[in-house]
Structure formats: structure tokens, C-alpha cells
Design a protein around this ligand. Structure first.
Ligand code: ZN
Length: 430
């Protein structure tokens, strides 16, 4: 059996967390035991929080390592797949199926690495904790519970790795060759609610300013005045790391210390993904108003999905939105949210382990830090460790990246195998 066929076997178990199925999770746990007999036999197994797995491999006296991935996947409803998403078809050098990249590929790469090292009687330099959450895609509590449990036991990890960046080629304009983008931080997430109020009454006598009108004006102001784009410490490191791959003329501009404050605003003007790296983004996601066709809406509401850049604080961002709205009849309220994660270090022994493991699996790839714009389970460890890295050790194409959460999610067999090489090197490096 190969890593690819083991991945296919895990894809076949429908662990869709949006439709929780404890029996499917149990089947997946059992399948992992069957596929990885040495892991089943020699690691300490615990089921946590109703479906997450914590597997502990005892090692030497060095600091513990936490390897994270999640067992659950997103649904496939209303998507057009060219193959059965739960068949795990291996075709033209790739494994196709829901979870191939997000995130059962990582589960398999980690387990294959550990199983093969166990077969060679390798003892890791420090304890290795495999943390497999079961409800990441629904922002559940599996990984958080494991992190709390390890903290309670006094485990202070020297390195934590979870999903995030990957090995990509041609995704940054002007950058040649493959780069391994590793998330040093992830953005915070918050929900902010705007509520406009006005007099209700019969729609035959409308007021000059209705609640929906006030709300619409407020939303336009919010969209026209984005949050400031700034060069945060991660983006500065990203530019420095990219230096060797840039055209000399571009390199001089991007990496010069004097030009650093200009980098954030420049990326902000590009917008899209580049902009999301350097500013807190605000997206209008939901609207509500009115109860009947002929009744004035006394209230109109909008939900803003806010993603906080490192360096921005939640209270400051809400205050900036309030100042932008500038209307006493439109209330701005923070519903819930969390701050951006701390920024992990891009130096020291844990970072050098990452560098060595990436070199072992992808000799041509350049290590480049970045800010992950989505949230991940890794943030639960950020308080206990200054080396939390968000990285999937797989070479992926732009199409494969776009297929995450979409139809025809796939991973190249060669990338999966390189991922095993990565985790073997990461586990054994000291
Ligand atoms: Zn994921």
C-alpha cells in the first residue's frame, strides 16, 4: 500500500463536520489504527472532546513538537465533481477527493512519516504530539480542548505546525521558482453589526431618511474608506526573504530599509490577496430590513465580517468603523471576535528545523514567511509557543489551491510523498 492509497482510504470516510456523524469519526479512527499498526501499537491514544485524536509519541529530553491536522471536511453539496468526492480516486498522478488537501493529506503525511520512523526504531529528540481536530471546519472546540489539555499537563512545545501556506510556483508576480510560504501569524476574525434606526409607519408617507437608506450610506462609507494598509513585521520579513528571487531592480526597492514603510501601502493599493496581507479587511456579508412590502422598516441591519491584520486591535478597528460611519442613528457594535495571533519567530532552532525539513523535501524551494488570512486551529497554541507555523508541506498549483472547499479537490501523489519526507525530517531534526 502507498501513501496515496492510504489517503484514498481516509477520504472514503465521510467526516463532514457540518453534518456531525460520530459513527463516521469512529470509523476513521479505526481505519487509522488499521492502516498504521505501529502508530496504533506504540503511541498513546486519547480521544478528546468527542472525536479529536491526541496521539503521543514519547521521545528524548528535547522540547516537544506538536503536529496538527484536522479529520473533518467541508460538504460537497451543489458542487460539480468529475469523480465521486468520497471515492478517493487516484488518477494521472493525483488523488482526487474531498479532504485530499484540506486536510486529510496532512493527516496521512504525518502518520506515514511517524509509521516509517517507528519501523526504523527511531526515537524522536523530544515527545511528538499528533493533534487531529474533528471540527475545524465548523470552528469547533476539538483542537482547543487538546491545546488546553496539553497546557494543563505542562507541555510547552518548541514547535507547532498546522495547515496554512504551501509550496507554490508563479503565484507572486515577479518571483521566479518555487517558494515555501509559511504562516508566522494568522489574522483575527470579528463580527461587527451595524444597525440603522428611523421612524416606522406606513410606506405611503416615507421620511427623508429611511433606516435602509441610512444603512446603505454607512456601508458605502465603510467600503470607500478601507482600514489603513501598513507594513507589518511579517510582510517586512516576507519581502526580505523574497529578495534573492526578485529582479535586481525590484529587489533594491522592496528590500531597502527606507522603502519598508511604503511596502504596506503599495500592496494595499494592489488589493486582493496582496491587500489582505497588509490591512484589516471588512466585508459586508449580510443585510436585513423590513417586515412587509408596504411598511417602513424601523430598523435596518448589516453584518460586517472583519479580518484583523497583525498590529491592529479589535477595539481600534471598531472605533475606526464608527468614525467612518459618522451617523448617530447608525449603531456600530462588536458581536464577537478574536485578535490577530501573535507573530511567531523567523529565527532560532525551530525555524531552522523548518528550513532543514523544507530543504529535504523541496531542495529548490525558498522559505518565505507570510500572514495567513484565514483562521486555523494553530492559534490555540499561540500563547504557549513562539514557533507556531502554518504550512502544508505540499507543492500545489493555482488550480489545486482554488479547489480547496470547491469541486475536484486534489493532491499530487508526488507532493504527498514529499510531505512525508518533510515530516520525517522535521521530526528527526534537533
Ligand atoms: Zn483545513
Amino acid at each position: 500500500m502507498t501513501a496515496a492509497s492510504r489517503l484514498a482510504a481516509l477520504i472514503a470516510v465521510r467526516t463532514i463536520s457540518a453534518a456531525p456523524d460520530p459513527a463516521a469519526l469512529e470509523t476513521l479512527h479505526q481505519r487509522i489504527r488499521d492502516l498504521y499498526p505501529l502508530v496504533a501499537d506504540r503511541l498513546e491514544w486519547e480521544t478528546v472532546g468527542g472525536g479529536a485524536l491526541l496521539l503521543t509519541w514519547r521521545g528524548g529530553a528535547a522540547e516537544p513538537t506538536v503536529l496538527m491536522a484536522h479529520l473533518d471536511v467541508v460538504p460537497v453539496a451543489l458542487q460539480r465533481w468529475s469523480a465521486d468526492p468520497f471515492e478517493g480516486r487516484i488518477e494521472e498522478g493525483a488523488v482526487i477527493g474531498r479532504g485530499a488537501l484540506d486536510d486529510k493529506g496532512a493527516v496521512v503525511a504525518i502518520l506515514d512519516a511517524v509509521e516509517s520512523l517507528l519501523a526504523e526504531d527511531v526515537v524522536p529528540p523530544g515527545d511528538v504530539h499528533l493533534c487531529f481536530g474533528h471540527d475545524e471546519e465548523v470552528a469547533g472546540s476539538g483542537a482547543r480542548t487538546i491545546a488546553a489539555l496539553l497546557r494543563e499537563r505542562g507541555v510547552r512545545p518548541g514547535l507547532v505546525i498546522d495547515e496554512g501556506g504551501a509550496v507554490v510556483t508563479g503565484m507572486l508576480p515577479g518571483v521566479r521558482g518555487p517558494i515555501a510560504v509559511v504562516g508566522l501569524a494568522e489574522k483575527g476574525v470579528a463580527t461587527v453589526r451595524l444597525t440603522a434606526r428611523a421612524e416606522g409607519g406606513h410606506a405611503s408617507v416615507p421620511p427623508r431618511r429611511s433606516a435602509p437608506g441610512r444603512l446603505a450610506a454607512a456601508l458605502l462609507r465603510v467600503e470607500r474608506h478601507p482600514q489603513p494598509a501598513r507594513t507589518n513585521p511579517v510582510v517586512a520579513r516576507m519581502a526580505a526573504a523574497l529578495g534573492p528571487r526578485l529582479h535586481p531592480a525590484v529587489r533594491a526597492v522592496v528590500t531597502a530599509r527606507a522603502a519598508r514603510p511604503l511596502l504596506g501601502p503599495a500592496l494595499g493599493r494592489i488589493g486582493g490577496t496582496a491587500g489582505a496581507l497588509v490591512r484589516t479587511t471588512v466585508a459586508v456579508t449580510r443585510l436585513s430590513a423590513g417586515t412587509a412590502d408596504n411598511v417602513l422598516a424601523a430598523e435596518a441591519g448589516a453584518v460586517l465580517n472583519v479580518r484583523l491584520a497583525p498590529g491592529d486591535r479589535l477595539d481600534q478597528v471598531v472605533e475606526r468603523i464608527r468614525r467612518t460611519v459618522r451617523d448617530p442613528d447608525v449603531a456600530v457594535a462588536l458581536v464577537d471576535g478574536h485578535e490577530a495571533s501573535p507573530v511567531s519567530r523567523a529565527d532560532g532552532p525551530a525555524w531552522e528545523r523548518m528550513r532543514a525539513a523544507i530543504r529535504a523535501a523541496y531542495p529548490a524551494a525558498l522559505l518565505v514567511p507570510y500572514v495567513m488570512v484565514q483562521a486555523s486551529d494553530a492559534r490555540w497554541f499561540a500563547a504557549d509557543c513562539d514557533a507556531v507555523y502554518r504550512f502544508l508541506p505540499f507543492a500545489i498549483s493555482a488550480e489545486q489551491l482554488a479547489a480547496i472547499h470547491g469541486p475536484d479537490e486534489s493532491i499530487d501523489v508526488a507532493a504527498l510523498e514529499a510531505g512525508v519526507t518533510f515530516f520525517r525530517a522535521l521530526i528527526t531534526a534537533d
